[in-house]
Design a protein around this ligand. Structure first.
Ligand code: NAD
Length: 498
């Protein structure tokens, strides 16, 4: 495939796209040991726009060795005071803001995003995550423990676990970098990040910028590569003390099994099939707009997409009609073009997968409402926003994560019945309800088994609020104070006075 340089991007982004394929290890851009190269494709055109080096086990070993050196006693990073660590984190947040438009362009080209959303959600939130965690290094405290032994003093100290590994999904390259790296650095750890082989560009650039700004070499290392090779090498490396993973449930299970051999700490942020419940007394304008927005944003390629919509029988047909109209109103195209609000899927494989789900659902009796038309003569991986009605709880399209712009709509009659149905299935990432009755709100939110529950809204996140799943959506939490626990050991120090 020949390389195409998009014409309408800023000079800095053009420079990044033209950079020779590299990894980022020990503060330096290096070519991979094997010389293998990953193709970076713009999903909206299907054209190759850049290359990155493809890390293998030997590169991962070099990256872990660099992270171990950076974590050694008396290394420059270990000599950073808590205040200096906080300043460094804050500076990384500032670097994201300084290059915000360029990072947004990179995310559009690499991950098929839409410029406005990439700028106001991905880039903005990534910067905020660094600013939030910048406040933590000076607040990580131990405790004095009131033991019942006379004359003995016990205190706890909280220490960084050491070298941490992060493996991320392709759909939020910059944001997931922030979710994993910021708390690790706040705790004083060092990081080897295996970003997705699909979307390596922004992680490599931010690691380089942070190092130029004074982060010691080896504190952040970035090794894009394939899961079975680079990913498993990182999971099984004995030098890695904690592994934080964001991706599919299937891969998460394998990682948990591999990590168990070394009793390695693991945080798993996995897939979802989030239930979204609209009661008859809801503000339907808000419910339809919020459900469509949450569902079709990033073409449905978000882990917490409200992809299983339960609507009270009294308003079911009206909601289906209005949702289909909202899907028809979306403007599909290249995410760098003015006015576009809906982009492509990440690659051809994912496009085929989503098409397969819709075809099988139609075959099994679903009514298919296709939304806006695709751009003409496109070689991009676009799928029309789609509403599937007339489906049953036991159908594949209702049970499985499609990870595309496809929402299934099911009628319900009673609050307890719908809460029970919402909790059925493997996942428990997010859930939501739309109602104007505070009693319904209390009763149903208490029953829902999900890590995040939205009431009369969908999709907000904040660096201070924990994010993670119940059931097969994972364990452990990203963001918020809870996320720091995964990067810290607690040591109880007993002092016997003579
Ligand atoms: P994926 O599981 O295919 O890949 C995720 C990462 O794991 C990639 O970096 C990949 O290279 C790596 N990987 C693959 N096989 C591996 C192995 N055997 N060992 C180690 N690493 C391996 O997921 P994806 O297609 O990149 O992303 C989509 C999935 O991610 C969806 O299921 C989505 O719900 C989930 N996701 C979850 C969250 C969350 O916070 N819960 C956020 C974003 C995406």
């Amino acid at each position: 495939m020949t390389m195409t340089t998009p014409s309408h991007v800023s000079p800095r982004v053009r420079e990044r796209l033209a950079a020779p394929p590299h990894l980022f290890i020990d503060g330096t851009a290096v070519s991979g040991v094997s010389g293998e190269v990953l193709s970076v494709t713009d999903p909206a055109t299907g054209s190759r726009i850049a290359t990155a080096a493809c890390a293998g086990p030997a590169d991962v070993a070099l990256a872990v060795a660099a992270a171990e050196r950076a974590f050694a006693d008396d290394s420059p990073w270990r000599r950073f005071s808590p205040l200096d660590r906080g300043r460094m984190l804050y500076r990384i947040g500032e670097l994201i803001y300084e290059h915000a438009d360029e990072f947004a362009e990179l995310e559009v080209l690499d991950a098929g995003k839409v410029r406005q959303a990439a700028r106001t959600i991905d880039v903005e939130f990534a910067a905020r995550v660094f600013h939030y965690f910048a406040g933590w290094p000076t607040k990580i405290e131990g405790a004095t423990i009131p033991v019942s032994h006379p004359g003995i003093h016990v205190r706890t100290e909280r220490e960084p676990v050491g070298v941490t590994g992060a493996i991320t999904a392709w759909n939020f390259p910059l944001l997931l970098f922030a979710w994993k790296v910021a708390p690790a650095l706040a705790a004083g750890c060092t990081v080897v990040l295996k970003c997705s082989e699909e979307t390596p560009l922004s992680a490599l650039w931010l690691a380089e910028l942070a190092t130029e700004a004074g982060l010691p070499p080896g504190v952040i290392n970035v090794v894009p590569g394939r899961g079975p090779e680079a990913g498993e090498a990182l999971v099984t490396h004995p030098g890695v003390r904690k592994l934080s993973f964001t991706g599919s449930t299937q891969v998460g299970k394998r990682i948990a099994r591999l990590a168990a051999d070394q009793v390695k700490r693991v945080t798993l942020e996995l897939g979802g099939k989030s239930a979204n419940i609209v009661f008859a007394d809801a503000d339907l304008d808000a419910a339809v707009a919020g459900s469509a927005g949450g569902m079709f944003w990033h073409s449905g390629q978000t882990c917490s997409a409200p992809s299983r919509l339960y609507v009270h029988r009294d308003v079911h047909d009206e909601v289906v009609e209005r949702l289909a109209a909202a899907a028809a109103d979306l403007r599909i195209g290249h995410g760098l073009d003015e006015g576009v609000d809906f982009g492509p899927l990440v690659n051809e494989r994912q496009l085929d997968r989503v098409r397969g789900y819709v075809e099988r659902a139609a075959h099994d009796g679903a009514t298919v409402h296709q939304g806006a038309e695709l751009p003409e003569n496109t070689a991009g991986f676009f799928h029309r926003p789609t509403v599937l009605a007339g489906v049953r709880d036991d159908m594949e399209c209702v049970r499985e994560e499609i990870f595309g712009p496809v929402v299934v709509v099911l009628p319900f009659s009673e609050a307890d019945e719908v809460a029970h149905r919402a909790n059925a299935g493997d996942y428990g990432l997010a859930a939501g309800i739309w109602t104007s009755d505070v009693n319904t709100e209390h009763r149903v939110t208490r029953k829902l088994r999900a890590g995040t529950v939205y009431v009369n809204g969908w999709g907000l996140t904040d660096p201070a609020a924990p994010f993670g799943g119940f059931a097969q959506s994972g364990y452990g939490r990203d963001l918020g104070p809870e996320s720091l626990d995964g990067y810290l050991e607690t040591k109880a120090v007993w002092t016997m006075h003579g």
